[in-house]
Design a protein around this ligand. Sequence first.
Ligand code: THU
Length: 131
Amino acid sequence: MDETALIALALQMRERAYAPYSGYRVGAALLSASGRVFTGCNVENAVYPLGLCAERVAVFKAISEGERTFITIVVATENGGTPCGACRQVLSEFAADLRILLVDARGQVRETSLRALLPEPFGPQDLRSVR
Ligand code: THU
Protein backbone atom coordinates (compact mmCIF):
# COMPACT_ATOMS: atom_id res chain seq x y z
CA MET A 1 0.00 0.00 0.00
CA ASP A 2 1.41 3.41 -0.89
CA GLU A 3 1.82 6.24 1.59
CA THR A 4 -1.17 8.25 0.38
CA ALA A 5 -3.47 5.26 0.81
CA LEU A 6 -2.03 4.50 4.26
CA ILE A 7 -2.70 8.10 5.33
CA ALA A 8 -6.25 7.96 3.94
CA LEU A 9 -6.86 4.74 5.86
CA ALA A 10 -5.69 6.24 9.18
CA LEU A 11 -7.99 9.22 8.61
CA GLN A 12 -10.90 6.87 7.88
CA MET A 13 -10.17 4.94 11.05
CA ARG A 14 -10.79 8.10 13.07
CA GLU A 15 -14.43 7.72 12.14
CA ARG A 16 -14.50 4.34 13.90
CA ALA A 17 -13.10 5.75 17.13
CA TYR A 18 -15.21 5.15 20.19
CA ALA A 19 -14.36 8.27 22.17
CA PRO A 20 -17.54 9.51 23.87
CA TYR A 21 -15.66 10.68 26.98
CA SER A 22 -12.70 12.60 25.61
CA GLY A 23 -14.10 13.40 22.18
CA TYR A 24 -10.53 12.96 20.90
CA ARG A 25 -10.78 10.60 17.94
CA VAL A 26 -7.68 8.77 16.81
CA GLY A 27 -7.10 6.48 13.83
CA ALA A 28 -4.00 4.40 13.10
CA ALA A 29 -2.71 2.42 10.14
CA LEU A 30 0.35 0.22 10.66
CA LEU A 31 2.28 -1.08 7.64
CA SER A 32 4.15 -4.36 8.14
CA ALA A 33 7.29 -5.47 6.33
CA SER A 34 5.26 -8.05 4.41
CA GLY A 35 2.98 -5.30 3.10
CA ARG A 36 -0.04 -6.10 5.24
CA VAL A 37 -1.76 -3.19 6.94
CA PHE A 38 -3.33 -3.28 10.39
CA THR A 39 -5.69 -0.56 11.49
CA GLY A 40 -6.85 0.73 14.86
CA CYS A 41 -8.90 3.38 16.55
CA ASN A 42 -9.13 4.40 20.17
CA VAL A 43 -11.74 2.55 22.19
CA GLU A 44 -12.79 4.24 25.42
CA ASN A 45 -14.81 2.80 28.29
CA ALA A 46 -17.14 4.09 31.02
CA VAL A 47 -14.43 2.82 33.38
CA TYR A 48 -12.01 5.40 32.02
CA PRO A 49 -8.63 3.64 32.53
CA LEU A 50 -9.76 0.64 30.50
CA GLY A 51 -9.75 2.55 27.21
CA LEU A 52 -7.09 1.71 24.65
CA CYS A 53 -5.24 3.95 22.21
CA ALA A 54 -5.54 3.50 18.45
CA GLU A 55 -1.84 2.64 18.06
CA ARG A 56 -1.97 -0.22 20.55
CA VAL A 57 -5.15 -1.58 19.01
CA ALA A 58 -3.33 -1.71 15.66
CA VAL A 59 -0.14 -3.29 16.98
CA PHE A 60 -1.97 -5.90 19.07
CA LYS A 61 -4.12 -6.83 16.08
CA ALA A 62 -0.95 -7.26 14.01
CA ILE A 63 0.89 -9.38 16.57
CA SER A 64 -2.15 -11.57 17.06
CA GLU A 65 -2.27 -12.10 13.29
CA GLY A 66 1.37 -13.21 13.19
CA GLU A 67 3.09 -9.99 12.02
CA ARG A 68 6.05 -8.72 14.01
CA THR A 69 8.03 -6.46 11.69
CA PHE A 70 6.78 -2.98 10.98
CA ILE A 71 7.87 -0.15 8.71
CA THR A 72 5.50 2.78 9.20
CA ILE A 73 2.60 3.83 11.37
CA VAL A 74 0.26 6.65 10.43
CA VAL A 75 -1.55 8.26 13.36
CA ALA A 76 -4.50 10.52 12.54
CA THR A 77 -5.83 12.99 15.11
CA GLU A 78 -7.60 16.34 15.12
CA ASN A 79 -4.39 18.27 15.68
CA GLY A 80 -1.48 16.05 14.63
CA GLY A 81 -0.77 14.90 18.20
CA THR A 82 2.03 12.43 18.90
CA PRO A 83 1.57 8.89 20.30
CA CYS A 84 1.42 8.67 24.10
CA GLY A 85 4.31 7.30 26.12
CA ALA A 86 2.67 3.90 26.64
CA CYS A 87 2.18 3.47 22.88
CA ARG A 88 5.76 4.51 22.18
CA GLN A 89 6.96 1.81 24.56
CA VAL A 90 4.70 -0.89 23.09
CA LEU A 91 5.72 0.04 19.53
CA SER A 92 9.42 -0.03 20.48
CA GLU A 93 9.14 -3.67 21.56
CA PHE A 94 8.62 -4.61 17.92
CA ALA A 95 9.86 -1.73 15.79
CA ALA A 96 12.83 0.27 17.08
CA ASP A 97 13.22 1.93 13.67
CA LEU A 98 9.57 2.67 13.06
CA ARG A 99 8.70 5.60 10.84
CA ILE A 100 5.82 7.67 12.20
CA LEU A 101 3.57 9.89 10.13
CA LEU A 102 1.31 12.24 12.07
CA VAL A 103 -1.67 13.55 10.17
CA ASP A 104 -4.20 16.10 11.31
CA ALA A 105 -7.87 16.40 10.38
CA ARG A 106 -7.02 18.73 7.49
CA GLY A 107 -4.65 16.15 6.04
CA GLN A 108 -1.43 17.94 7.02
CA VAL A 109 1.34 15.35 7.50
CA ARG A 110 4.45 15.53 9.69
CA GLU A 111 7.06 12.81 9.69
CA THR A 112 8.95 11.69 12.78
CA SER A 113 10.31 8.40 14.12
CA LEU A 114 10.14 6.22 17.17
CA ARG A 115 13.85 6.83 17.75
CA ALA A 116 13.13 10.57 17.96
CA LEU A 117 10.06 10.18 20.19
CA LEU A 118 11.50 7.51 22.47
CA PRO A 119 15.28 7.74 22.77
CA GLU A 120 16.99 5.07 24.90
CA PRO A 121 13.97 2.79 25.26
CA PHE A 122 13.81 0.04 27.84
CA GLY A 123 13.70 -3.21 25.90
CA PRO A 124 14.22 -6.98 25.89
CA GLN A 125 17.99 -6.41 26.00
CA ASP A 126 17.68 -4.83 29.45
CA LEU A 127 16.14 -8.02 30.83
CA ARG A 128 18.61 -10.38 29.18
CA SER A 129 21.46 -9.47 31.54
CA VAL A 130 19.54 -10.57 34.62
CA ARG A 131 18.06 -13.82 33.31
N1 THU B 1 -5.21 8.45 22.28
C1 THU B 1 -4.87 7.62 21.27
O1 THU B 1 -5.65 6.74 20.86
N2 THU B 1 -3.64 7.75 20.72
C2 THU B 1 -2.79 8.76 21.01
O2 THU B 1 -1.74 8.83 20.38
C3 THU B 1 -3.12 9.74 22.04
C4 THU B 1 -4.33 9.45 22.83
C5 THU B 1 -6.57 8.36 22.82
C6 THU B 1 -6.71 7.86 24.21
C7 THU B 1 -8.03 8.45 24.61
O3 THU B 1 -9.08 7.64 24.11
C8 THU B 1 -8.09 9.78 23.87
O4 THU B 1 -7.15 9.64 22.81
C9 THU B 1 -7.72 10.98 24.74
O5 THU B 1 -6.54 10.77 25.41
